[in-house]
Design a protein around this ligand. Structure first.
Ligand code: NDP
Ligand code: OXD
Length: 308
């Protein structure tokens, strides 16, 4: 029986090594070089090709190689009977929390202005924005949102969290999905950590941006499809939004000709907010493979009904 690792364009050799380090009796295939397609029982994927699953007649479960599983759920060739899980590790959560804290620090210290000043050899000082002036609003209080909120609260930020069912966390102002307007009205740094579903696609639109407390900042670390790109450009041009910090995009890598590259008020990072180290990923992959083979429930299962 084999585990297939399929992430075109990514070097998976370290992950394969880490899995074999845990159990050298396992058989690992790296897409597209599969020894025997009938032997593949478990696949770990990131942006796999559409035509892959119909070639794997004995697949029993599939894991995302990341935290999001939207790329698997949209594949109609992946039968609804096949359970899906995702990879959540301690470093992924702490990495995301660190990245959010770092972004807030950059906003407070005017990093966008400093970068521009350096290009033009300008020496000009700016006073730091006090933490109390930033009211943080996190959309999505799951694995990532909760880890970020905990770290921000420990660092003295006021944090509002928005989710479908609400989130119990000491020091957090929790809002449920029908309290969106009041959540937005009390937040001026909006951080998107939602899964991509039918309900959340295009959620970061002009209407949402206008409802934020001023001055407003937008940080999207979840999926590019959450953001209505032309609405952001309008919001930046009209002062509705001061700056945007984007780590994820509809098309990745962000195309060379994309208008976002030339905007001073948009900071871009290449989908690196949080990354799963190979050794931690391997532990979860091996565990979920073994659970699959012995008919047990998977760790970090994805519910097809909710889409996350
Ligand atoms: P989870 O599935 O753990 O959490 C989802 C959260 O969103 C839950 O709190 C859920 O509410 C809430 N939610 C879902 N739908 C709605 C809705 N319609 N209205 C309000 N709240 C909603 O996700 P993760 O924390 O693991 O991941 C969050 C995002 O971050 C994903 O898009 C993921 O792909 C992305 N990500 C990005 C990385 C990067 O490097 N940029 C790295 C890792 C993740 P409830 O609690 O009520 O269910
Ligand atoms: C993701 C990830 O889901 O990088 O974006 O894990």
């Amino acid at each position: 029986m084999s585990i297939l690792l399929a992430a075109p364009g990514r070097d998976l050799s370290k992950l394969k090594e880490a899995i074999l380090h845990l159990d050298d009796s396992l058989e690992i295939d790296l897409w597209p070089a599969i020894q025997d397609k009938n032997r593949v029982h478990f696949a770990v994927c990131w942006n796999h090709p559409d035509y892959m699953f119909p070639q794997l007649p004995n697949i029993k479960a599939v894991s995302s190689l990341g935290a999001g599983a939207d790329h698997l759920l949209k594949d109609e060739a992946l039968s609804e009977d096949i359970p899906i899980c995702r990879l959540i590790t301690p470093s992924l959560k702490s990495g995301m929390a660190d990245f959010v804290l770092h972004t807030l620090s950059c906003i407070r210290h005017h990093q966008t202005i400093l970068s521009r000043q350096k290009s033009n050899r300008i020496w000009e000082q700016h006073s730091v924005i006090p933490r109390k002036n930033l009211h943080i609003g996190i959309m999505g209080m799951g694995e990532m949102g909760r880890a970020a909120a905990e770290l921000l609260i420990r660092n003295g930020y006021e944090v509002n969290g928005w989710s479908r069912s609400g989130c119990e966390l000491d020091g957090l102002n929790s809002f449920t999905d029908n309290e969106m307007d009041s959540f937005l009205g009390q937040s001026n740094v909006l951080i998107c950590l939602l899964p991509l579903t039918g309900d959340t696609r295009d959620i970061l639109d002009l209407d949402v941006m206008k409802k934020l407390k001023k001055p407003a900042y937008l940080v999207n670390l979840a999926r590019g499809e959450h953001l209505v790109e032309e609405d952001l450009l309008y919001a930046l041009d009209t002062g509705i939004i001061e700056q945007a910090w984007l780590d994820v995009f509809e098309t990745e890598p962000l195309p060379d000709k994309h208008v976002f590259w030339n905007r001073d008020k948009i900071m871009i990072s290449p989908h690196i907010a949080a990354i799963t180290p190979a050794d931690e990923a391997a532990g979860i992959i091996v565990e979920n493979y073994k659970r699959t083979m012995s008919g047990q429930e998977l760790m970090f299962p994805v519910a097809r009904s909710s889409g996350y």
